[in-house]
Design a protein around this ligand. Structure first.
Ligand SMILES: *Cc1c(COP(=O)(O)O)cnc(C)c1O
Length: 353
């Protein structure tokens, strides 16, 4: 049965990735062993780590002076690890508040220094991407969330700032071409657009590290993981392996430029269906609309159950909105095929209440 999976995360991965992952669980590289039972120091796994690292660098054209790391603790651990490594107690970092995830990032950064919110879309109920007005050069860094998974907003263009820029890209990394050099640090939990839950990708410019006064615990120091090639301790072997397969799939399918083209097509199709049916509305308009998470509502909430039932009967799952926003959310990450988006668009087109 073909199920159309719109869950926000953990989320859809390409079918070939599941097949190859399943094969490697039973017999990895014809070794007679499972990927789940081999040493992370074995030649076979060291090759996986190196390949995953080099695929990230290749697909995103990561400049030479950046390091690619595979860490644990989710994007949520990066909320504090970034400030712990980059901010002295008396320094100030700037944050753009675009909703739930940036609010959480702000809360954790406050443990390690001063935080100033320099732009916020709270006044629009987080349905817009706010512009950064004013000078940013005195901040230790500026933090943005490039795609807001819950509210369905996304930066169409990365803002220019005069301080090191940090991006939480958990839900749109690899969805479009990216100029890594605009950022000093990028992080992303894998489970939205890269791989399974359990690994967090970090891309960091080396020369911003090692400049804070505090004593950083070994595991929380980016330099530890740089020195040890993300293998200071046991890395999340299987999530890294599956991420490698997903990056191979991305490369075979036109890389991030191919992904962007498909993501534009898929998201336009869905927004058009919503805009064309008078029963629905989307709180996010124009260029701020996310190409990854399409948030929409029924004008009459009394019809929600009927719509969910109609979606379910077309094998569309995971379209219920986040509990904090209500309504519906269709997450249409890289691995989602256009046919699945068409299936949901048809349900929207045909819905008469
Ligand atoms: C899901 C998500 C997070 C949290 O990720 P975890 O890996 O669960 O900690 C943070 N930021 C954004 C933008 C997300 O979508």
């Amino acid at each position: 049965m073909n199920i159309h999976n719109f869950y926000a995360g953990p989320a859809i991965l390409p079918k070939q990735v599941f097949q190859k992952s399943a094969d490697a669980i039973l017999n990895f590289n014809d070794s007679g062993l499972s990927i789940l039972e081999i040493s992370h120091r074995s030649k076979d796994f060291v090759e996986v780590m190196e390949k995953t690292n080099s695929m990230v660098k290749e697909l995103l054209s990561v400049p030479e002076d950046y390091e690619v790391l595979f860490l644990t603790g989710g994007a949520s651990s990066q909320f504090y690890m970034t400030s712990m490594n980059l901010l002295n107690n008396d320094d100030t970092a700037a944050f753009v508040d675009t909703g739930t995830w940036s609010t959480k990032a702000i809360k954790e950064a406050k443990h390690f220094g001063n935080i100033e919110v320099i732009a916020s879309s709270a006044d629009t109920g987080y349905t817009t991407i706010p512009t950064i007005d004013g000078e940013t050069k005195d901040f230790k860094f500026v933090h943005i969330t490039t795609n807001n998974t819950i509210y369905g907003t996304q930066y169409a263009n990365i803002p220019s700032v005069n301080a090191p820029l940090i991006g939480d890209m958990s839900s749109d990394i690899f969805s479009r071409p990216l100029d890594v050099s605009k950022f000093d640090l990028i992080y992303a939990g894998a489970q939205k657009n890269l791989g399974p839950a359990g690994v967090t990708l970090v891309i960091v410019k080396k020369d911003i590290l090692g400049k804070v006064d505090r004593d950083i615990p070994t595991m929380l120091d980016y330099n530890t993981h740089i020195k040890k090639g993300s293998s200071f301790n046991t890395p999340p072997v299987f999530p890294i392996f599956v991420s490698m397969l997903s990056l191979e799939w991305l490369k075979e399918n036109g890389g991030v430029a191919g992904a962007e083209k498909r993501n534009l097509e898929k998201s336009s199709l869905l927004y058009k269906a919503i805009d064309d049916n008078d029963l629905f509305n989307t709180p996010v308009q124009g260029a701020d609309r996310s190409k990854m998470n399409v948030v929409f509502k029924l004008n009459d909430d009394g019809l929600e159950d009927a719509f969910l039932a109609a979606a379910a009967s077309a094998n569309c799952v995971g379209v219920k909105g986040h509990r904090s926003v209500g309504g519906f959310r269709a997450s249409i990450y890289n691995a989602m095929e256009k046919a699945s988006v068409e299936a949901l668009a048809n349900v929207i087109n045909d819905f008469k209440g």
